[in-house]
Design a protein around this ligand. Structure first.
Ligand SMILES: O=C(O)CCC(=O)C(=O)O
Ligand SMILES: [Fe+2]
Length: 125
């Protein structure tokens, strides 16, 4: 991808840890930009998020079946066009958000628990 959306200066302090249990999912959506304040060298820096960062904390090895993150490149939920990302413990997934965000979902967990850590890359605002 040629347009990386600017030089990242840090990660969003808005760190979320998701725990999905059997039957839970994250319905189709786009991720939007957020304004955040980072602390760099003990000084506040006004920043904006650009890329979603997901760190998978579980996978089939921990008994989690299902829960794939699935992307739809053409703004419609179509099985023929889907790009599924299977869970792999320790894997990082980055995807651009805001105007360049692809439609995506966290598919239903069919067995076990899915744990994911979410934060975002940030650029100076
Ligand atoms: O849990 C997932 O696979 C997707 C999470 C997601 O789309 C989000 O945090 O915005
Ligand atoms: Fe998302």
């Amino acid at each position: 991808m040629s347009d990386r959306g600017g030089e990242p200066i840090g990660l969003s302090p808005n760190i979320r840890v998701y725990r999905y249990t059997k039957g839970q999912f994250f319905d189709c959506h786009y991720d939007d930009y957020n304004n955040v304040t980072l602390e760099i060298d003990s000084k506040p820096v006004q920043a904006r998020t650009t890329w979603t960062l997901l760190l998978y904390l579980t996978s089939a090895s921990e008994g989690c079946i299902g829960g794939e993150t699935v992307f739809y490149p053409h703004d419609r939920q179509s099985a023929a066009e889907e790009i599924p990302v299977s869970l792999q413990t320790g894997m990082l997934l980055l995807h651009k958000h805001g105007d360049d965000c692809l439609l995506h979902e966290g598919r239903e967990v069919r067995q076990g628990e899915k744990w994911v850590l979410r934060t975002d890359l940030c650029i100076k605002r």
